[in-house]
Ligand binder design. Sequence first.
Ligand SMILES: [Zn+2]
Length: 152
Amino acid sequence: MTEDDKGFEIVFSPKVIEIFERYIREYQYRVEAGGILVGKAEGRKITIIDMTEPYEEDRRGRFTFKRSSKGHQEYMDELWSSYDETLTYLGEWHTHDQKKIFPSPVDYNNWKQIMSRSHNSEILVFIILGRKNLSIWIGEEKRIVSVGEVDV
Ligand SMILES: [Zn+2]
């Protein structure tokens, strides 16, 4: 959980924390991993309740993660109905083999594209999980702002 000076409060469910912890603990970082973030955005409070992990159809490289829509979308649809349609797509996460996390120009471009076509939530969350911690960015209107790092 983190709170920054722009007033965003980001809360992770135990399940999400567990998954991020597992990646830090067990993941080899030879190829990148990623998926979607699902939860609720109520004003500036964002609760990340669930997330997807890589599917076979994703393209995973040493420095790339290109998510296919297939498995991730199906999982989202399932969640949507099992939570009485209260959850929304909140954004994306992926891994970097870095101790200090820097998004690549490709990351920023992807995030901007997602922001331009998203109709789900006014606020989107982008997470990069490094070898030791995770960094969070918020996309709001047309801006992407860093809201800090969290130790996992
Ligand atoms: Zn990246």
